[in-house]
Design a protein around this ligand. Structure first.
Ligand code: ATP
Length: 149
């Protein structure tokens, strides 16, 4: 069998937060019939900056608009593209975003559900280690900013 060909993808996404009473909440989306819970993200289009992609994808996937307040870093993972015998190396940039408006009921068809979770619960719920590491960075930044006390 021929060795798998290699591809590269770059995506960008966000940790969008809001504070209600004393609880800081972040939005997660579920995909693949609710099997996985992830941070909202998507492919960086040609000519688009990762910042613009993050704002656009968070709005599209979760239904929420936010403004970027800081960078959170990036993660890299590999996956196989079914039916293509190819392997993809994907890098995803993440940004911390303050919630400005919109509603999770306006999430797009690419996700099954978009839900606000208290940040501690979101840390338990995310399916992938990389997303959890990004959420942990968001907790540190939100502490530094005095949003989490
Ligand atoms: P995008 O949202 O960037 O348009 P996509 O929905 O086409 O991407 P991914 O979400 O990257 O694709 O999913 C491709 C594969 O990688 C799936 O098998 C998925 O379960 C897995 N995957 C998704 N996020 C992560 C992650 N943070 N760490 C490891 N594997 C992941």
């Amino acid at each position: 069998m021929k060795p798998a060909s290699l591809k590269r993808q770059t995506s960008s996404g966000g940790v969008i937060y809001r504070k209600t009473e004393d609880v800081v909440e972040v939005a997660l989306v579920s995909v693949r019939g609710g099997r996985f819970w992830c941070l909202p993200k998507g492919i960086v289009d040609k000519g688009e900056t990762p910042e613009l992609t993050a704002v656009r994808e968070v709005r599209e996937e979760s239904g929420l608009s936010g403004r970027i307040v800081d960078k959170l870093g990036d993660i890299t993972y590999w996956y196989y593209i079914r039916g293509e015998n190819s392997k993809c190396r994907k890098t995803v940039y993440f940004y911390l975003m303050e919630y400005m408006g919109g509603n999770t009921s306006q999430h797009d068809f690419e996700v099954d559900e978009a839900v606000w979770y208290p940040i501690d619960e979101a840390l338990q719920r995310v399916s992938f280690r990389g997303d959890r590491a990004i959420l942990e960075k968001a907790v540190s930044k939100l502490r530094e900013m005095g949003v989490i006390v």
